[in-house]
Design a protein around this ligand. Structure first.
Ligand SMILES: [Zn+2]
Length: 79
């Protein structure tokens, strides 16, 4: 079963659609039970779309991994 720290690792692949089906399912079930990670995924999507719209040429250079970690750090919880 996925834990919150795993979500930070996999969320970029998840958004890109690059994650294998088994991992997508595992992540999906974590999102079902964890409102914090749902929130977090929503924040990432919003942030990425803002970056893409406002700085389309810089999108490729955006460190989404660091961004993901930063956003996840904002959401302190343990389970
Ligand atoms: Zn979580």
């Amino acid at each position: 079963m996925y834990q919150c720290k795993d979500i930070a690792d996999e969320v970029n692949s998840y958004i890109d659609g690059a994650l294998p089906l088994t991992k997508r399912i595992g992540l999906f079930f974590h999102l079902l039970i964890c409102s914090c990670c749902r929130n977090y995924l929503q924040q990432i999507r919003t942030t990425i779309s803002v970056i893409t719209v406002s700085h389309p040429k810089e999108h490729d250079n955006t460190d989404t991994k660091a961004l993901a970690q930063h956003l996840h750090d904002l959401c302190k919880h343990d389970h």
